[in-house]
Design a protein around this ligand. Structure first.
Ligand code: DGY
Length: 341
């Protein structure tokens, strides 16, 4: 009997070709995420799943799906997976690093430019028919040349943002990696940002004209940006988040923006996604996007190809090429599973 592989999104037939003959494919026919219940029911018989950030794999789900052996997460972040529970149950899991770095760094720059040059506000103004001729002080914003960009998390995406910001003439600071994914920091070869200065979290906060977040969501990074840290930032500064919502205390951010203790924010992710804090929705100095950091046709295609390549590795009896770092370091149950392959 071939193993059952559940694919939670209608990937193109061509992308599924490398695994088609080696498993029984069950593919979601519709471009719609399954509800948690639908997902759980379909996962029951699966040995392999290609899933998305919206599919939470909890210890309870793992217990109800004992056949599950391999999870290909179609995202670089994997806070939807309970890694300790995977380790205990010898379930392998992979992600899709590298292929969405440029797309996410581009979107970070888009948010930086949109919020500092008030692009969305100005667009709205024009559409409302309020433009009655160029005015000298209309929608004044902040220039990037010579300003300080502080980057929290100097991994692949953080460095790609730094390289772009350098071309805009920005001074780059980045935090020590105590809050970052050390592996991402260590692995981020390829992008050399000559002038980037590594410094303390305190300096990163207090000197930022723009603070951009690129750390993964872990227990250590939850509410990394809280009321106290927001208070240390300049009132003329902007906050950008294209990483994960819960890294920022959203109520504290909304209060800082409302009280003009911060100039503005550009957000692609939210603490209680898909819900957006009502105060943020009401503020004009915030640009809000619906988690589209990696949403380019190129990146999304490569993400699906990488997920299928990881499944193909597993079906070929090899460790998946993008096995999660926590599992590669494993000297316990997962290593037995890897030896079995
Ligand atoms: C990721 O890859 O982690 C993105 O947030 C989802 O595309």
């Amino acid at each position: 009997m071939l193993p059952v592989a559940l694919i939670t999104w209608p990937f193109e037939a061509e992308i599924l070709e490398p695994i088609r003959d080696r498993c029984q494919l069950i593919v979601n026919p519709e471009p719609r995420f399954w509800t948690p219940n639908e997902f759980k029911l379909r996962l029951r018989d699966a040995e392999i799943v290609a899933c998305m950030l919206t599919n939470r794999i909890t210890p309870e789900i793992l217990d109800q799906c004992p056949k599950l052996r391999m999870i290909a997460n179609v995202a670089v972040g994997y806070d939807n997976l309970n890694v300790p529970a995977l380790r205990e149950r010898c379930v392998l899991a992979s992600n899709t690093p590298d292929v969405l770095t440029d797309a996410t760094a581009d979107l970070t720059m888009a948010l930086i430019l949109a919020v500092t040059r008030r692009v969305v506000e100005a667009d709205r103004f024009t559409r409302e028919g309020r433009f009655d001729g160029m005015q000298f002080d209309l929608f004044l914003g902040m220039e990037l040349q010579g300003k300080t960009l502080s980057i929290l998390g100097f991994g692949r995406i953080g460095r790609a943002v730094a390289a772009r910001a350098e071309a805009f003439g920005m001074r780059i600071l980045h935090g020590r990696s105590e809050f970052a994914d050390n592996r991402a920091d260590a692995d981020a070869s390829g992008v050399h940002v000559a002038g980037a200065l590594r410094t303390s979290l305190e300096q990163v906060l207090t000197e930022a004209d723009i603070l951009t977040i690129h750390v993964p969501l872990r227990e250590t990074t939850r509410h990394l940006i809280n009321a106290d840290r927001l208070r240390r930032m300049k009132s003329s500064a902007y906050l950008i988040n294209t990483s994960r919502g819960p890294i920022v205390d959203e109520s504290a951010l909304a209060a800082a923006l409302r009280e003009r203790r911060l100039a503005g924010a550009g957000l692609d992710v939210y603490e209680f996604e898909p819900r957006v804090h009502s105060d943020l929705l009401a503020l004009p100095n915030v640009v809000l996007l619906p988690h589209i950091g990696s949403a380019t046709r190129e990146a999304r295609r490569r993400m699906t190809e990488v997920a299928i390549a990881n499944i193909s590795d597993y079906l070929n009896g090899r460790p998946p090429r993008n096995l999660l770092p926590e599992l590669t370091r494993d000297d316990g149950p997962t290593s037995k599973e890897l030896q079995r392959l």
